[in-house]
Design a protein around this ligand. Structure first.
Ligand SMILES: NC(=O)c1ccc[n+]([C@@H]2O[C@H](COP(=O)([O-])OP(=O)(O)OC[C@H]3O[C@@H](n4cnc5c(N)ncnc54)[C@H](OP(=O)(O)O)[C@@H]3O)[C@@H](O)[C@H]2O)c1
Length: 275
């Protein structure tokens, strides 16, 4: 059994690499530049938008961990079928649940999911909430002082540890009973941004203060930080309630047999990144 992991240098793909290595499973990591990988994981160099750059390394692969939203996904999936790949676990998102293609984020995930269904591969869709690693969006502010501006302060989110997404992906790609299933994945508890910040402060031994932004202030910051279509999508999620990332689901525990990891664990594991 060999799994090809796309996005292997990122939060989610890197966690899949770690989960494979922890279970002693063989893997290939699609990367764009050399990086340190655990024993048993081989690098594959290529561009996800150009499937021909790494199609050769699909030979012998049984399962694919696929990031969503890249160009020419139909071509990649056809090459995977041709190479004998059987399964794909797609990193989709909570946003697809309403099936609204008006929303730019939901639209790209829905398009990838549709291509995967059409490919004929055995599929599992992972539809996670916001990742705990997004806490790093506060990094610049934390380096500058103890006051952190937080957007959409009234919305509690059950953020998820990337490693829990990874553990579900590995089960889906290596075990039976997950084909044709879409998992809504959450962390263990819904927390407002100020509560998340308090947990970060406790781990860092600092008293951090959340400066809660109004909707207008959140809007201004969001649109200044990313293209308007994505800013509008995110505003729709959290200001207009187009996604439910508050509800805690039992999917991580049901699939992996362990409870979802806490934000406290994620911060402890990543304390070094905050300095
Ligand atoms: N963050 C969230 O809260 C959240 C929630 C739900 C769903 N998601 C989905 O999860 C995805 C991954 O999130 P993440 O936090 O793991 O992202 P990330 O840390 O930014 O990682 C993105 C990965 O994709 C790789 N990549 C980007 N363009 C590529 C290309 N053209 N060819 C090959 N590799 C390429 C990057 O490689 P390099 O290191 O070479 O740049 C990196 O390994 C998001 O894009 C989103 O679709 C995220």
């Amino acid at each position: 059994m060999t799994i090809l992991v796309t996005g292997a240098s990122g939060n989610a793909g890197g966690a899949v690499v770690a989960s494979l290595a922890a279970e002693g499973l063989a893997g290939r990591a699609l990367v764009r530049k050399p990086m340190e990988l655990p024993a048993g994981i081989e690098p594959v160099y290529g561009d996800l938008n150009q499937p021909d750059t790494f199609a050769d390394s699909l030979a012998g692969v049984t399962g694919l961990f696929l990031l969503s939203g890249y160009d020419r996904v139909d071509e990649l999936l056809a090459k995977a079928v041709q190479a004998g790949v059987r399964r794909v676990a797609v990193l989709s998102s909570s946003s697809v649940v309403g099936k609204s293609t008006d929303n730019a984020v939901a639209a790209y995930h829905l398009a990838t999911e549709a291509a995967v269904i059409a490919s004929g591969l055995e599929w599992t869709f992972l539809r996670p909430n916001t990742f705990m690693s997004n806490t790093l969006r506060w990094l610049d502010q934390l380096r500058a002082g103890d006051v952190v501006r937080v957007q959409f302060p009234d919305v509690p989110i059950s953020t998820i540890h990337p490693r829990d997404i990874a553990d579900v992906a590995v089960r889906a790609l290596t075990g039976d009973g997950h084909s044709g299933t879409a998992y809504r994945l959450s962390g263990p508890v819904a927390l407002k941004p100020a509560e998340q910040l308090e947990i970060v402060g406790q781990a860092l031994g600092r008293t951090l203060v959340a400066r809660e932004l109004s909707r207008a202030e959140s809007h201004e910051e969001l649109f200044a930080s990313m293209p308007a279509t994505y800013a509008s999508a995110i505003e729709g999620f959290f200001a207009d309630g187009n996604v439910d990332e508050t509800t805690v689901t039992d999917a991580v525990e049901t699939v992996t047999g362990h409870p979802p990891r806490t934000l406290q664990e994620w911060v402890r594991e990543n304390t070094g990144l905050f300095w």
